[in-house]
Design a protein around this ligand. Structure first.
Ligand code: C2O
Ligand code: CU
Ligand code: CU
Length: 506
């Protein structure tokens, strides 16, 4: 395999640094800085970057996108101005927001201009296995990959990112990820904020380790592998300490946890309520008034924030510790204690209403028609147990097996309802993600999921000793040879083997 010399340099330095250096970094850098939120963000580096909206071009009834995986460099702040190597899509880091419509055919020309192989996966989409962009759809340096599929998804926020075998963690950390908007008629009929970059804002939330001299560090070593890589600096759409100047009375925030390992519990300063309107795969049946919303890596949520009183709003988050002495696992996610292993609350985004419209728009009372998932539909149950072996080698397994590119772990007949029951015998919570499907959560340890998890999902947190039952069906595509993936979306766990393969067959 050829390797980007810069990325390799980067990796080598981390290896030398080891886990001790990383721990020191984490201990010294506070997550939140003090500043006056009313200080204007205009023309400063704190203005929230909004990824450009890319609609592609329509040719012969197909919407086409030209996407290039390319190298870049970016200064990530700190005391220095050191440039760090990055990877982006049509950009030095991250990439455009792709706008798709349900029902249309799309085709992508994905060119790899990196010095290493990569893949590009469409997270949350139902599509032919050959178009999935998982570890089998390798794009070698200089190669072109041209997947095509029909957009069958409900309107929501999805995303695309690297899924390179054993390299997803470092490649996504190097910023190879970006949002996808799917729109549809069901949602168009509702009066929801939908003006991209104005009142409908993607928030790609990521954490990074930045050295004092400004360079970005991806730590190697046992601790990073076990816990996943968490940074002490938060970036939203690549912007540190971002500020957004809002011009409308109602703001729609589309949150994507694109971090490698960090879990977030998002809330508004001052305990302001927010309306949660969508989960991973689309609108909930009705808005849910919440004080906080939790997202594990890979998960999304959409919120409406009321700015009609004209005062600044601060989106904040806490991060629960995950595993090792944090008993109770992600059950603890809901509490905002400042005593978690990873420190207290921190700021995600400052929202400054500017003069102009502060008129409040009515929020629709009903959003989507969702039937309750009916487990009686299922013709079989498959069981999956997530485990982490302890000790030096730390095996990461599903049903006792590590990911093996040559092994098909499950054969799933097309168009049959199944229950997938996910258990967790490890001491960490794992966000379990399944390709090619939007599923429903039947229950968690026999109890109904909370309302914000009652819609369509493609990633679900499974806490230690929890048993989560999912109802799902692969409706359309079959391929006896090419598999899809299911895996933990803590990217270092995925890379370490907590992933399996399934084929969908006739
Ligand atoms: Cu978001 Cu299999 O990935
Ligand atoms: Cu996926
Ligand atoms: Cu995991």
């Amino acid at each position: 395999m050829s390797v980007n010399p810069k990325l390799e340099q980067w990796t080598r330095r981390q290896t030398l640094r080891g886990a001790g250096g990383t721990a020191a970094l984490l201990a010294t850098a506070p997550l939140s800085a003090c500043y006056d939120p009313r200080a204007t963000a205009r023309q400063t580096s704190r203005s929230l970057a909004i990824p450009p909206l890319e609609r592609g071009s329509t040719i012969g009834g197909e919407r086409r996108f030209d996407l290039t995986l390319q190298k870049g460099e970016k200064a990530f702040g700190g005391a220095g101005t050191r440039l760090s190597p990055t990877v982006g899509i049509n950009a030095p880091y991250l990439g455009p927001t792709l706008e798709l419509r349900r029902g249309e055919k799309v085709r992508f020309n994905v060119r790899n201009k990196l010095d290493e192989s990569a893949t590009l996966h469409w997270h949350g989409f139902e599509l032919p296995a050959a178009a999935d962009g998982g570890p089998h759809q390798l794009i070698r340096p200089g190669e072109l990959w041209t997947p095509a599929f029909e957009v069958r998804q409900r309107a929501s926020l999805y995303w695309y990112h690297s899924h390179m075998h054993r390299r997803t963690g470092p490649q996504v950390y190097a910023w190879l990820a970006a949002p996808i908007y799917v729109r549809d008629e069901e949602e168009d009929r509702l009066d929801l904020p939908n003006e991209y970059g104005v009142d409908d804002i993607p928030l790609v939330v990521q954490d990074r380790i930045v050295e004092d001299n400004g360079s970005l560090i991806y730590p190697a070593g046992m601790h990073a592998r076990m816990m996943g890589v968490s940074g002490e600096r938060i970036f939203v759409n690549g912007t540190p300490d971002p500020v957004f100047e809002a011009t409308t009375g109602l703001l729609r925030l589309r949150l994507l946890n694109a971090s490698n390992a960090r879990f977030y519990n998002f809330f508004l300063d001052g305990d302001k309520p927010m309306e949660v309107i969508a989960s991973d795969g689309g609108l909930l049946d009705r808005p849910q008034r919440m004080r906080s919303v939790s997202l594990a890596p890979g998960e999304r949520a959409q919120l409406l924030v009321n700015l009609s009183d004209g005062s600044p709003v601060r989106l904040r988050a806490s991060s629960p510790g995950n595993g090792m002495g944090m008993m109770g696992g992600m059950g603890g996610m809901m509490d905002r204690s400042r005593t978690g292993a990873s420190g207290g609350d921190f700021t995600i985004l400052d929202i400054l209403p500017t003069s102009g419209s502060t008129k409040m728009r009515r929020i629709p009372a009903m959003l989507a028609k969702l039937q309750a998932p009916d487990p009686a539909l299922a013709v079989r149950t498959r069981r999956f147990t997530l485990n982490m072996g302890m000790g030096m080698m730390g095996r990461f397994t599903i049903n006792g097996e590590e990911m093996d590119m040559r092994v098909i772990n499950e054969n799933v007949p097309v168009n049959q309802w199944e229950i997938w029951e996910i258990g967790n015998t490890s001491m960490m919570a794992h966000p379990f993600h399944i390709h090619n499907v939007q599923f429903r959560i039947i229950d968690r340890n026999g109890r109904q999921p909370p309302p914000t998890e009652a819609g369509f999902k493609d990633t679900v947190v499974v806490s230690p000793s929890e048993r989560v039952r999912l109802l799902l069906r692969f409706e359309k595509y079959t391929d006896p040879d090419l598999p899809y993936m299911y895996h933990c979306h803590i990217l270092e766990h995925e890379d370490a083997g907590m992933m399996g393969q399934f084929v969908v067959t006739k």
